[in-house]
Design a protein around this ligand. Structure first.
Ligand SMILES: NC(=O)c1ccc[n+]([C@@H]2O[C@H](COP(=O)([O-])OP(=O)(O)OC[C@H]3O[C@@H](n4cnc5c(N)ncnc54)[C@H](O)[C@@H]3O)[C@@H](O)[C@H]2O)c1
Ligand SMILES: O=c1ccn([C@@H]2O[C@H](COP(=O)(O)OP(=O)(O)O[C@H]3O[C@H](CO)[C@@H](O)[C@H](O)[C@H]3O)[C@@H](O)[C@H]2O)c(=O)[nH]1
Length: 435
């Protein structure tokens, strides 16, 4: 099929590359000229495992191309997917202005019937705003689809190629069939396309993220309670995860969730509830507990060095909000580092992929090191924020020799407390007994 994808970010680029890998012809449209010029030269603007190869292969096969010209994309496609950003507004609502801009522009361009698909995460009811908007501009018939995306950064390609399910929210039979064809190449794992009306599709996206965030906040709050009793959250996780009704995923306590989706989407859900006079009190607690978890972790470090802040250097491993991404949006590491800088600490940091984003964010306020062990030189403690695989099995002897004292604060429970105690480390982690 001929498909245009507008908004070539983490979602749009992955979706476009995967759709083209499934045999579709895909035109990528973004307003960011620098990004599009780069992509034309095979410069991939984000780090996402497997993406570079996919973009290169499908560009070479002429199934994937890039433009800033929306009109070209729309006129040469039957299906137009909108995947632009919907960031948080100051009041917590999702800012859908970019989605509306693109929808308005599409309406001004279409000359033949098209399927218009919203993949961006948008508040429930947005389908009505968009369909009213497009109908107010053009008489050309169109078919509307809400098709929320569920990929995770770090495994986005894999998630798109083998989705657990695809949700198609539409009231058009034509669009149902068209979307079935769009996703046919990716139905090997689950063969599950779930059709529903657009409002339920929009709600399913928020419900999914809020449910997952709830599990994490619940475990994080339990980790604090474990601390008070000397219980071990890792054992509790195994204990409850083995119940098939609960399952093992998304039960890892840590420094709190971050990223461009969970905090933003939980906030938007709370805002939707307030607007409908139907308070989302669980979602509010999930968000509150998340910030408490950031504070608890940063607080341990601030308390430890109380009175010595101006003489303390922290070595930081991990800036991205999770492993296998360069994304620092709402990363707990960034939140905590701001607190440390305010208190007067010096920060030396390393991340395998997020250094360019961190440089843009902090400038010269923190020192960025080229290699992981470089940050340890003349630092007083190692602080681990991100669960990168390469941080899991470090050379503890070198860490011990290089730091001014053997001290680790671990926001991801990557190491064994007994082993570190034996090596002579003072080791603080999340919800596990202090040895
Ligand atoms: N990042 C994720 O893992 C993820 C997963 C599922 C859903 N989502 C949702 O998908 C949407 C996009 O998220 P993202 O992380 O890919 O965003 P992003 O910020 O990485 O990318 C958005 C892109 O849209 C482009 N854009 C903005 N306005 C435009 C316009 N008027 N015309 C053309 N291009 C325009 C920007 O230049 C940018 O390249 C959001 O609604 C998000 O909530 C994100
Ligand atoms: O047990 C866990 C699992 C995750 N996290 C944290 O939760 C955040 C989000 O992680 P993850 O969900 O893996 O990454 P995202 O790329 O943000 O993906 C979420 O947000 C996307 C955007 O909406 C959705 O498409 C995905 O389905 C949803 O998982 C990160 O800070 C993780 O470190 C934990 O603390 N403990």
């Amino acid at each position: 099929m001929n498909i245009a994808v507008t908004g070539i970010g983490y979602v749009g680029l992955v979706a476009a590359a995967c759709l083209s890998d499934g045999g579709h012809h895909v035109i990528c449209v973004d307003k960011d000229r620098k990004k599009i010029d780069g992509l034309k030269k095979n410069i991939i603007p984000i780090y996402e495992p497997g993406l570079t190869e996919l973009v290169q292969r499908n560009s070479k096969a002429q199934r994937l191309c890039f433009t800033t010209d929306l009109s070209y994309g729309v006129q040469n496609s039957d299906i137009i997917i909108v995947g632009v950003g919907t960031p948080s507004s100051p009041d917590g609502s999702a800012d859908i202005s970019a989605v509306l801009d693109v929808s308005r522009n599409i309406a001004q361009i279409i000359k033949k019937p098209k399927v218009i698909v919203t993949k961006s995460t948008v508040p429930v009811g947005t389908y009505k705003i968009i369909t009213d908007l497009v109908s107010s501009i053009t008489d050309v018939p169109f078919h509307y689809v809400s098709n929320p995306e569920f990929l995770k950064e770090g495994s986005a390609v894999e998630d798109f190629l083998k989705p657990d399910r695809v949700i198609i929210g539409t009231s058009s039979d034509y669009a149902r069939q068209a979307m079935q064809q769009v996703y046919a190449p990716f139905m090997r794992k689950s063969n599950r396309i779930i059709f529903m009306e657009p409002a339920s599709a929009e709600m399913s996206k928020y419900a999914s993220n809020a449910m997952l965030a709830t599990r994490i906040s619940f475990m994080n709050e339990l980790s604090a309670l474990c601390d008070t009793f000397g219980a071990n959250i890792e054992m509790v996780r195994k204990g409850i995860g083995s119940d098939s009704r609960i399952g093992n995923s998304f039960l890892f306590a840590g420094v709190g969730f971050g990223g461009s989706c969970f905090p933003k989407d939980v906030r938007a859900l709370i805002h939707m509830g307030d607007k409908q006079n139907c308070p989302m009190s669980i979602a509010q607690s999930v968000l509150d507990a998340n910030y408490k978890q950031h504070e608890r972790f940063a607080g341990k470090i601030l308390d430890f060095f109380k009175g010595k802040e101006n003489k303390t250097t922290l070595a930081v491993w991990g800036l991205a909000f999770k492993a296998k991404t360069d994304d620092i949006r709402e990363s707990p590491a960034i939140w905590c580092i701001e607190k440390f800088l305010d208190a007067g600490f010096k920060i030396k940091a390393y991340d395998p992929e997020a250094m360019p984003a961190a440089k843009e964010k902090f400038g010269s306020r923190i020192q960025l090191a080229e290699y992981d062990y470089d940050v340890l030189e003349s630092a007083d403690a190692l602080v681990v924020f991100t669960d990168w695989q390469e941080f899991r099995g470090p050379d503890f002897e070198t860490i011990k020799k290089t730091l001014s004292e053997p001290l680790i604060f671990d926001g991801r429970n990557l190491y064994e407390p007994e082993y570190l105690a034996k090596l002579g480390f003072k080791y603080f982690s999340i919800g596990r007994p202090q040895l």
